[in-house]
Design a protein around this ligand. Structure first.
Ligand SMILES: [Zn+2]
Length: 161
């Protein structure tokens, strides 16, 4: 199997486009609003039952070399989701809106990789108005990113321990 999923979202200097959700990739009504966790967040605009597919994480499919180049690029937000040992999806290009979902150490969403697609499923029932969160599983060996998710089980960093 693959190494732990790794989603990197680092702040960069340039302003980014107005965040939006592409409805063709979602199964429930969602909206983007400012978040207490980090910048923008994705919120349930209707109740979502447990174990339902919520949305797909889309983006440009890029190689390892290109992933390295983009992660070192200055001046823009980066939304890179490792799909498998070779391919990464860059949510900054053609992202469904899932790239705005924030990290939480006790998330209400889990990730399923299926036939080259990254799918987000509910881990439990999600109330209308609740922010959607996923565990980014940052690798242990990259820069430590402090976590302020507020969960009782917060591990203190977005990186895995
Ligand atoms: Zn946390």
């Amino acid at each position: 199997m693959y190494a732990p999923l790794q989603l990197r979202r680092m702040p960069r200097r340039k302003p980014e486009p107005i965040p939006e959700i592409l409805p063709q990739y979602t199964s429930f009504k969602l909206e983007i609003r400012p978040s207490k966790i980090h910048r923008w967040g994705v919120y349930a605009a209707e109740a979502i039952p447990a174990r339902r597919r919520i949305m797909e994480y889309t983006g440009e499919r890029i190689s390892r070399v290109e992933t390295r180049r983009r992660s070192e690029e200055q001046g823009r937000m980066i939304y890179l989701f490792t799909l498998d040992p070779y391919w990464t999806l860059d949510g900054a290009v053609g992202g469904s809106g899932a790239q705005y979902i924030n990290h939480c150490c006790d998330p209400n969403i889990r990730t399923v990789i299926q036939k080259g697609h990254i799918l987000y499923y509910s881990r439990r029932p999600i109330r209308k108005g609740e922010e959607l969160t996923v565990d980014y599983h940052f690798a242990k060996d990259i820069d430590q990113v402090p976590c302020k998710c507020g969960a009782a089980t917060c591990r203190g960093t977005i990186n895995l321990k």
